[in-house]
Design a protein around this ligand. Structure first.
Ligand SMILES: [Zn+2]
Ligand SMILES: [Zn+2]
Ligand SMILES: [Zn+2]
Length: 138
């Protein structure tokens, strides 16, 4: 059994070709990918709805998470150790202005945020932009 098939099994997901392909693609890229990126990566093997459902299932199961950047498109990146019950991310995201890629920076955690009385947190997103390590080395 390959790595992707094993992950799907661990998350109790049926190994459909769409799920397998999408997860494989996300794991093979070290930056977050949008719906459109994934669509062109699967070369129209699956329709938009199937792709959309796959991403939704992955999100619900704790396999991938949304990455918000300023491009207007929602991007997705694999989770490191989430599950259906425990789906939370304390890491920041970095958007490179040169290559346009957005990456998860797992080593840098979001500082604790204390809100005024009456406010409650549901999601925390921190996006830092600049030049990534790959572009800086060119
Ligand atoms: Zn997650
Ligand atoms: Zn870059
Ligand atoms: Zn992330």
């Amino acid at each position: 059994m390959d790595r992707v098939a094993k992950i799907l099994k661990n998350y109790r997901l049926k190994n459909t070709s769409c799920r397998h392909d999408v997860l494989q693609i996300l794991l093979n890229h070290d930056h977050a990918m949008s719906h459109a990126d994934l669509e062109s990566a699967v070369e129209d093997s699956y329709d938009r709805v199937t792709l959309y459902r796959t991403l939704k299932t992955f999100q619900e199961k704790g396999l991938i998470h949304k990455v918000l950047d300023d491009s207007g498109a929602t991007k997705y990146a694999p989770c490191s150790d989430c599950s259906v019950e425990e789906h939370h991310h304390e890491h920041i995201h970095f958007k490179c202005n040169k290559c346009g890629n957005t990456v998860c920076i797992e080593d840098v955690t979001i500082p604790q945020i204390i809100l005024p009385e009456g406010f409650s947190i549901e999601e925390r997103n921190i996006l830092i932009s600049g030049t990534c390590n790959i572009c800086n080395n060119m």
